[in-house]
Design a protein around this ligand. Structure first.
Ligand code: ADP
Ligand code: MG
Length: 245
């Protein structure tokens, strides 16, 4: 069943005098991977900071599964799993310790947490590595642990902020495939921020963000048809041209 997991309406945000988001609006549906495509500085991480309530938006509205993040923030944030742009694991704790700590923050009992940790790590082929310190893992494996962690409390929406930057090709592909599987198997809604066009699959939805404004949105095929571009690379290039004076 398709539902709106994330609704953003008329959202604007500025850092002092610098406008970072300008009247942004879009929906993210369950069972869909929505790619938030934009070059560096487009406003992707700022948008994530507003959705996670790190920053407060004076203008606009954000709803998670129908819960307003300002008025019903506890219910709204319970629906949300996040993988931030910068790694936020403790390198000196083991994989399991990192995950248990996060589960405890969500009020999950130790027994239930250990069950969920095993399920998610097995899905990501990381269960054998559970006793290792995070410091010993490579970048791709750290990202997998962060994805497992973000899913422990069974959120409806998963936010991923440039999750594959700095990873080698096999690690990138593994993460792209895993997340797409989750979307299909669990009816999860995903919002995936990236500037890498090769991460867009044919049946993904796309939001093109540039200088804080949504320039295009819809299924990849619809965006291509509307822009007259042959592929996602050409859409991105159109943006780059707009940047020239
Ligand atoms: P992206 O994640 O798409 O690269 P960001 O959301 O990080 O973009 O940045 C959007 C704009 O806001 C950029 O122009 C950036 O320089 C500016 N910006 C981001 N964070 C801050 C901050 N803490 N203070 C001032 N300006 C910021
Ligand atoms: Mg960013």
């Amino acid at each position: 069943m398709t539902e709106i997991a994330l609704a953003v309406e008329n959202l604007s945000f500025a850092y002092a005098a610098k406008k970072a988001l300008d009247n942004v609006g879009f929906n993210v549906q369950s069972g869909e991977c929505t790619i938030l495509l934009g070059p560096n500085g487009a406003g992707k991480s700022t948008l994530f900071s507003l959705i996670t309530r790190l920053y407060h938006a004076r203008e606009g509205r954000i709803e998670l599964c129908g819960f307003d993040i300002k008025k019903q923030s506890l219910q709204a944030l319970a629906k949300l799993g996040v993988v931030f742009q910068q790694t936020t694991l403790d390198p000196d704790l083991s994989v399991t310790q990192n995950l248990r700590y996060h589960a405890a923050l969500h009020g999950i009992s130790r027994k239930a947490a250990d069950k969920r940790i095993q399920e998610e790590l097995e899905r990501l082929n990381m269960f054998e590595r559970r006793a290792e310190k995070v410091r010993q893992l490579n970048g791709g494996h750290k990202r997998r642990v962060e994805i497992a962690r973000a899913l422990l409390h069974k959120p409806s929406l998963l936010l991923l902020d440039e999750p594959t930057v700095g990873l080698d090709m096999p690690s990138r592909q593994a993460i792209v495939e895993h997340v797409h599987q989750l979307v299909k198997q669990q009816n999860l809604a995903v919002l995936w921020a990236t500037h890498l066009i090769d991460e867009i699959a044919a049946d993904d939805s796309l939001i093109v963000l540039h200088k804080g404004q949504v320039k295009a949105k819809g299924k990849l095929a619809e965006v291509l048809a509307a822009s007259g571009a042959a592929d996602a690379g050409a859409v991105f290039q159109q943006l780059a041209q707009e940047r020239k004076p």
